[in-house]
Write a protein that binds this ligand. Structure first.
Ligand code: GAR
Length: 203
């Protein structure tokens, strides 16, 4: 069987450090993928400028005021036109419509800075600090129509230290995010897993 070499569509809304970590692994030949398209719903996203500097195919469509299903169908078209077959949400701060999700069945990943299902939504690191947990972390999961939901592929635990501020905790988690996302993509590409209910199991 020919191994699957995914053509990634990376969707981001801001800084884009997860995108950069993935791109660094792809460009160094450590991750057997190609980057088909980098997309942002924010034309001024820093991650998009970085994609341009790296000479990667990229583009933006502003989402403000556009109806979700219409916007998502335009994004889907852009991704399909660029041959994308694995979508990676990397700080893409939008909920995907059902129409988008069905276009890429089990082929959309998201990274979230907590051990889901704890602390979904915005400001997960702040939520963890305020709750007083001693361990938090990050999660890579398959995406469905709900927020930070969908079967979990990989998680990495990160301790919360007594002296932590939002900044120190976020940066400790982010370091793990940068490793975990590429690991999850590599695992998905190998295809040695099966999904049983919500559980993603090694085969
Ligand atoms: C990351 O911490 C990512 O886990 C989070 O946004 C940040 C994006 O950073 N995503 C979510 O909270 C999704 N619910 P980046 O732009 O530097 O990759």
């Amino acid at each position: 069987m020919t191994p699957w070499r995914p053509r990634l569509g990376i969707l981001l809304s801001g800084r884009g450090s997860n995108f950069e970590a993935i791109a660094a692994n792809v460009l160094a030949g450590k991750l057997a993928c190609d980057i088909g398209f980098v997309f942002s719903n924010k034309p001024d996203a820093a991650g998009l400028s970085r994609a341009r500097q790296l000479g990667l195919p990229c583009g933006a469509l502003p989402s403000a005021g556009v109806e979700r299903a219409l916007f998502d169908s335009q994004v889907t078209q852009l991704l399909k036109d660029n041959g994308v077959d694995l979508v990676c949400l990397a700080g893409y701060m939008r909920l995907l419509s059902g129409g988008f999700v069905t276009q890429f069945p089990q082929r959309i990943l998201n990274i979230h800075p907590s051990l889901l299902p704890a602390f979904p939504g915005l400001d997960a690191q702040y939520q963890a600090l305020m709750h007083g947990v001693k361990v938090t972390g990050c999660t890579v999961h398959l995406v469905d129509e709900n927020l930070d939901s969908g079967p979990i592929l990989l998680q990495s635990a990160v301790p919360v230290l007594d002296g932590d501020t939002l900044e120190t905790l976020s940066s400790r988690i982010l370091k793990e995010e940068h490793k975990l996302y590429s690991e999850a993509i590599a695992w998905l590409a190998k295809g040695n897993f099966r999904i049983q209910g919500r559980r993603v199991l090694k085969t």
